[in-house]
Design a protein around this ligand. Structure first.
Ligand code: ADP
Length: 201
């Protein structure tokens, strides 16, 4: 797996992160949004990205469905594939953060060990764990992709919250309760939580 000892990373000779952050006038961070399908991850990521872009920040969204149709199109929803999905996304998010980019990810990340894996890969200092919270019932009534209706009829394999577990977090860096907040309020809460960390010193 490691190239049989023939892989020699060259990180020490590459242009440093500080140079890129100075060029961009900001500091890289991964804002890791997770929660049930339909909880509001993508909606909030898109709205926050627009706001940050309007303020002059350079951003990138990594979204579950997009990544699963490209980079991770060979992965399914078994425990093993969910881990590999998160491992790859975390590695990509880390590259963006180290290039100084404010990176928003939108993945269900249903298990605590997956959130921990992402934190370890990205590095705790660059990782904001944000739980986008809505109950299964609320998500099922929103059903923006029609998945809950399909899953109820048995048409979705290993559907999170139904026949694949979602583990509630113990201590997320931030909890965004989308049943009680509007999209604008949710974005405001998140913006307040990250703005000091992404501004240049
Ligand atoms: P996810 O990316 O978590 O699967 P989506 O963002 O695709 O979820 O869908 C969330 C749905 O919930 C959208 O239809 C959105 O308009 C709606 N919604 C209602 N209230 C909120 C809120 N406060 N934050 C985010 N989405 C909300």
């Amino acid at each position: 797996m490691n190239g049989g000892g023939n892989i020699h990373p060259v990180f020490d000779r590459m242009l440093g992160r500080e140079v890129k952050e100075a060029r961009l006038g900001q500091r890289g961070l991964v804002i890791w949004l997770y929660g049930l399908s339909g909880s509001g991850k993508s909606t909030i990521a898109i709205a926050l990205e627009r706001r940050l872009a309007a303020e002059g920040f350079f951003t990138q969204i990594l979204d579950g469905d997009n990544i699963r149709s490209g980079l991770n199109r060979n992965l399914g929803f078994s425990d093993e594939d969910r881990s590999e999905n998160i491992r790859r996304v975390a590695e990509v998010a880390k590259l963006f953060a180290q290039a100084g980019v404010v990176t928003l990810t939108s993945f269900i990340t249903p298990r605590r060990d997956l959130r921990e894996l992402a934190r370890q890969i990205i590095g705790p200092a660059d990782f904001r764990e944000v739980y986008v919270e809505a109950s299964f019932k609320t998500c099922a009534s929103r059903d923006p992709k029609g998945l809950y209706a399909k899953a109820a009829g048995g048409g979705v394999n290993q559907f999170t919250g139904q026949d694949s577990a979602f583990e509630e977090p113990e201590s997320p860096d931030l909890l965004v309760p989308t049943e009680r907040l509007s999209v604008d309020e949710a974005v405001e809460l998140l913006h307040r939580n990250v703005i000091d960390r992404i501004q240049a010193d």
